[in-house]
Write a protein that binds this ligand. Structure first.
Ligand SMILES: NC(=O)c1ccc[n+]([C@@H]2O[C@H](COP(=O)([O-])OP(=O)(O)OC[C@H]3O[C@@H](n4cnc5c(N)ncnc54)[C@H](O)[C@@H]3O)[C@@H](O)[C@H]2O)c1
Length: 340
């Protein structure tokens, strides 16, 4: 169906979606729908509005995913382009923290997730919850692979195995494995600096490339999201970690370059730059650096640190068709820390 036809249908049918008192004039202002003021029709009954809404969702779903799409587009308040049903996503650093929280979000959106991590398979309550959710929601296992992302051959081999097990499907890669180290530059040992770059940059590259190789082979394109940090574009007040910050700047720059190379294969590459998140990575720093937590809370416009779940929407957005024209970009979510 032509885009023009779709948008004109949306403009026609969007009105009943808005819950308003009869005769109230609103400016819907939705890009691609209609920016013109709309008059709500008081004669539309609740059931007629529901029927219209179902038809509208079915039109969107068919237009985006083809006729007979299995996507349940009538789910209340969920746009069909965020649906990850049938998609396979590999998440590095998926044992805990941000990687685990984002795995949970992807599973909730319908994806089958494979987690890669250096640790033995976790037996934590959080990990068990995500594993059970995957089985109950999608009838798919939350598969765990214990690997070191700095070992290229191990990473390539694991992606080849995942691709084979998933019948050639790897639709998304989320590279979240990373390490942090506080140390003044004058005291930084070369081997520690090297390790930081090896895990945070080379490890990220290994994972992205292994995923892209499988995507190119399958010919279906895909989406790659690498977790950088706001620390990739600033020097953090009171946080002395030159190697970490350099590594995250490298991840952002790597993202742009991979995007420019792989766009021809319909593989999108973006980075996400979070602000401070309450995960093990940070809480272990707070234990050794009293006062740091309070200082950081005051360093952003919302006066607090973030939690891993505040990045769920971004992960689903960037792994799904909702971001289909986005590549080579860095999405900063930092409570305004870098916007002062
Ligand atoms: N916590 C924050 O404030 C914050 C802020 C911005 C960005 N980030 C980034 O988010 C990502 C996740 O961080 P987090 O806070 O969840 O940390 P975390 O320490 O809780 O989790 C990191 C995970 O990466 C795994 N890992 C480390 N080295 C690995 C290797 N060589 N191979 C495979 N797995 C390895 C760890 O085992 C761990 O499970 C990191 O890239 C981090 O730099 C964190």
């Amino acid at each position: 169906m032509a885009l023009k036809q779709i948008t004109s249908r949306l403009a026609l049918r969007a009105t009943p979606l808005i819950r308003l008192k009869p005769n109230k004039t609103v400016n819907l202002g939705w890009r691609g729908f209609s920016a013109a003021p709309q008059q709500v029709q008081p004669s539309i009954t609740a059931s007629a509005a529901l029927l219209q809404r179902k038809r509208l969702y079915s039109t969107i779903s068919s237009a985006l995913y083809g006729e007979g799409s299995s996507i349940d587009a009538s789910k209340k308040n969920i746009l069909p382009e965020f649906d990850l049903k049938g998609k396979v996503v590999v998440v590095s650093g998926g044992a805990q923290g941000l990687g685990l929280a984002l795995s949970e979000a992807l599973i909730e959106a319908g994806a089958t997730v494979h987690a890669l991590d250096l640790q033995d398979k976790p037996e934590t309550e959080d990990f068990q919850r995500v594993a059970s959710l995957s089985l109950s929601l999608n009838d798919k296992e939350f598969v765990y692979h214990r690997i070191d992302v700095t070992h290229r051959l191990q990473v390539d081999q694991t992606f080849a195995e995942i691709s084979e097990a998933e019948e050639g499907h790897i639709d998304g890669v989320l590279a979240a494995a990373g390490i942090q180290n506080i140390c003044p530059a004058l005291e930084y040992k070369s081997e520690d600096f090297d390790k930081m770059l090896r895990v945070n940059v080379t490890g990220c590259f290994n994972v992205a490339r292994a995923g892209a190789k499988q995507m190119v082979e399958a010919g279906n394109g895909g989406s790659i999201l690498m977790i950088a940090s706001m620390s990739g574009s600033i020097a953090n007040k009171g946080l002395i970690c030159p190697a970490y910050n350099a590594s995250k700047a490298a991840v952002v720059q790597l993202g742009r370059n991979l995007a420019s190379e792989w766009g021809v294969h319909n593989i999108r590459v973006n980075t996400l730059s979070p602000g401070y998140i309450r995960t093990n990575m940070l809480t272990s720093l707070f234990d050794s650096h009293p006062g740091m937590e309070q200082q950081w809370e005051g360093d952003n416009m919302l006066g607090r640190l973030s939690t891993p779940d505040e990045y769920r929407g971004a992960a689903v957005f960037l792994m799904s068709k909702a971001s289909s024209f986005m590549t080579g970009a860095d999405l900063k979510i930092d409570g305004g820390h870098t916007a002062w």
